[in-house]
Every structure is written in structure tokens, then in C-alpha cells.
Ligand binder design. Structure first.
Ligand SMILES: [Zn+2]
Length: 248
């Protein structure tokens, strides 16, 4: 049985049959701590898939109370929870889904001050934050500490996902060497499009952790759900990258 009880193993029966996954893959997930930045439209759906798949431990970071206009996309939330901290609702929902997952919830966003500590206590990071300072803080901590980061973003009907394997594939700063313009809190988005990017990101994470398949490291997967077109864009490391390049 190893680290699993009989009851726990039953949850995963259907995925244990996946070629290239099996019992070994399940044990790797169980032994993993995943940091997920934000539990909104994107991060909440990532969390749901990771908890269902049997990630052993999750660290969630998302500041602030739930608003009514979050409910078109934030699938871990409920209407009754409006006005209360999002992250406590997310943690409870994940424990209800899979009581074998440990959840640590922080009612704060990732900053340059807390990134190193939270990333350092994780084996993999899912960047689902809408604003760049937060994303860059996680990217730098991941590169410095050698932790893989799954990078996902949506805007309108478009989304993109890539996987950063520090020192092996381009980091977020290789992709965006200049700070992009400041993001408004509110942007157009359909919940199903967030969930689509989230499903790709969660799948990537499981692959990175278990060695199943081929990851998106070195490739930016871009999609436009309006036309349902998907493009794989090769991306390269920048030797002069301020975060992962020579002399950084
Ligand atoms: Zn870089």
C-alpha cells in the first residue's frame, strides 16, 4: 500500500491506469507540495484538478474577500460566501473534494517579500496571478531556487500556458524583458476560458511531476477560444535575461 490507505487509493483508480503514470506517478503527486498563486478563475480551477488528482499538499495565496462579480469564473466559490475571504472557501472546498490533501491557505498575494519563503517550501509553482509584479516575484524565486513553474494567463477569449524549468527553458522575464503596462483589476473573461487554460496548466504540472509525456518547456501554447485555434510558439532563453541569464 505504501503511503496510501485502501480508501485513498480507490479515489485514483481511473488515473492509475494511465500509461506512463501508474502507482509511481501517484506517489510522486502525494509527495508534492504545490504553491498556487490566486484561487480565482484560473487558479481555482487549477487547484480543483490538482486536489482531485491527489497532490499531497497545497499552499494557496490570494488576498481579499469574494465579490459577486467573481462568481462567473471562480468555481471553488459559492454565492453564500460573498464578502468572506476567498482563500478560506477555496481551502474548505478542496478538503471537501479530497480529504487526503493538506491545504495551507494565506489571505495575501505573492510579493517580493514572501515569494522566496512560499516558493522555497514548495516543489512546484502554478502562477495564476493577473498582475505582473506578482508573477515576476514568483518567477525570480523559482529560478533562484530551481523550482519548476507553470505559467498560465487569460485575457478575453485568449489564453496562454508555458512551463518554466529553471536553467533549461525560458523564464517569464525571458518572455517579458520589459515590464508590461499595468493591468486593470477588471478585464473581460469568460469562466470557461479560464477553466480551459487551467486544465492545460494542471495537466502540465502533473506531467512535470511524474515524467508523463512532453512538457511545454520552451514552447508557449497560445489559444484563441473564439476561433478555437491553438498555436505552439517556440520560445528561447535570453542570454542577457536579468533573472536567468549569464551574470544575473
Ligand atoms: Zn530568463
Amino acid at each position: 500500500m505504501g503511503p496510501f490507505s485502501e480508501d485513498e487509493l480507490k479515489i485514483y483508480e481511473w488515473q492509475l491506469d494511465l500509461p506512463g503514470f501508474g502507482r509511481e506517478g501517484q506517489e510522486r503527486l502525494k509527495n508534492t507540495t504545490a504553491l498556487v498563486s490566486r484561487v480565482g478563475g484560473l487558479g481555482g480551477a487549477v487547484c480543483y484538478s490538482l486536489a482531485a488528482a491527489g497532490i499531497g499538499r497545497m499552499i494557496l495565496a490570494h488576498a481579499g474577500p469574494l465579490r459577486a462579480n467573481d462568481l462567473n469564473r471562480q468555481i471553488l466559490m459559492t454565492h453564500a460566501h460573498v464578502g468572506l475571504p476567498r482563500v478560506t472557501r477555496a481551502a474548505q472546498r478542496l478538503r471537501d473534494l479530497n480529504p487526503y490533501v493538506e491545504v495551507e491557505a494565506h489571505d495575501c498575494n505573492i510579493t517580493t517579500e514572501n515569494a522566496r519563503d512560499l516558493v522555497g517550501r514548495s516543489d512546484i509553482v502554478f502562477d495564476c496571478a493577473p498582475i505582473f509584479p506578482e508573477r515576476f516575484a514568483m518567477n525570480r524565486a523559482c529560478v533562484e531556487l530551481g523550482k519548476p513553474m507553470i505559467e498560465a494567463a487569460v485575457f478575453g477569449m485568449e489564453g496562454q500556458v508555458t512551463t518554466v524549468l529553471p536553467q533549461h527553458s525560458p523564464c517569464l522575464t525571458c518572455l517579458y524583458p520589459e515590464d508590461p503596462p499595468a493591468w486593470k483589476r477588471r478585464f473581460p473573461v469568460l469562466g470557461a476560458v479560464s477553466a480551459l487554460a487551467a486544465a492545460i496548466a494542471a495537466t502540465e504540472g502533473v506531467k512535470v511531476l511524474t515524467g508523463l509525456g512532453e512538457t511545454l518547456a520552451g514552447t508557449l501554447l497560445y489559444f484563441n477560444a473564439a476561433t478555437m485555434s491553438f498555436r505552439r510558439i517556440p520560445i528561447a532563453r535570453r542570454p542577457d535575461c536579468a533573472v536567468c541569464g549569464h551574470g544575473s
